[in-house]
Ligand binder design. Structure first.
Ligand SMILES: [Fe+2]
Length: 274
């Protein structure tokens, strides 16, 4: 089968949902949404999931995780009481990880691969992955967020992931682990301001109706308006995996839009319409 991006999605990773047994009631819908997103993605039988996390922050280069196996225990450094240790073990996909960094390098952008045996996955990766793929059956390629990258570069990196999928012949789901609105406050069950939520709803509706060019054009202003997590870099990269000049897209929101410390969160999944 031809290599392609089969899903481009956004999902959430609030540390409140890191351990399901102790997750507060108001987050249950978010967990259900991630599970439903995982069912949709796994039903398409992807060769790999590329999971871009807002909590694997890199400064200068872009990195992929090129481990043959990702195995360890995830501790949330910012909230070790909420996530004291989630054991994980996913197969990696070093070929895809290197193909992605190869495509990024071909743009003249600093990039590298991470195969340190001492590395532990961040909670922004493990929290959604444990619900997306509870059996840990889908190979995983983690992708960090380069905090110095302008949004245009993030879009270009998304397109590089697309080319890497096409050139390696792999069917790839690319999932961004990020909030929408993100002017966070103390108070775990606080909602974002109504105007932020209305802006998020407009953005999510734009995505699910497949208006990708419109979303790309609006993204810089949207990200500023809702104080998007990491400046909207994960949203930009996910948008960049879609080429609206070649394909049409449709999508769905799985589960509710939900709050966590005044951030807005949802699981949204798009796929090309053939
Ligand atoms: Fe976060």
């Amino acid at each position: 089968m031809n290599g392609q991006i089969i899903h481009s999605a956004i999902t959430t990773h609030s540390p409140r949902i890191g351990v399901e047994a102790t997750a507060p009631d108001f987050t249950r819908g978010l967990i259900a949404g991630i599970r439903l997103l995982g069912e949709e993605v796994r039903a398409s039988r992807p060769d790999a999931i590329v999971l871009m996390s807002t909590h694997w922050i890199t400064t200068f280069p872009w990195y992929t995780g090129s481990h043959a196996v990702h195995e360890g225990t995830c501790v949330a450094d910012e909230a070790p009481d909420l996530i004291p240790g989630i054991p994980y073990r996913w197969q990696g996909d070093p070929t895809l990880a290197r193909a992605i960094t190869g495509e990024i390098a071909s743009l003249g952008i600093a990039t590298g691969t991470n195969d340190s045996p001492h590395y532990s996955l961040d909670y922004g990766t493990v929290v959604p992955m444990q619900y997306l793929d509870p059996a840990m059956s889908v190979p995983l390629v983690p992708l960090g967020t380069c905090i110095l990258a302008p949004l245009e570069e993030c879009l270009a990196v998304g397109a590089a992931i697309r080319r890497a999928a096409e050139k390696t012949g792999k069917r790839v789901a690319v999932i961004g682990s990020t909030s929408f609105a993100h002017r966070i406050e103390r108070g775990q069950d606080k909602w974002p301001p109504q105007s932020f939520m209305d802006t998020d709803f407009r953005y999510i509706e734009m995505l699910t109706s497949g208006r990708i060019a419109e979303a790309k054009a609006w993204l810089p202003d949207y990200a500023k308006a809702v104080v998007a997590e990491v400046g909207g870099r994960v949203h930009a990269t996910i948008l960049g995996t879609m080429d609206e000049t070649r394909e049409q897209y449709r999508g769905v929101q799985h589960g509710p839009y939900g709050q966590s410390s005044a951030s807005g969160n949802a699981s949204v999944c798009l796929h090309p319409v053939h």
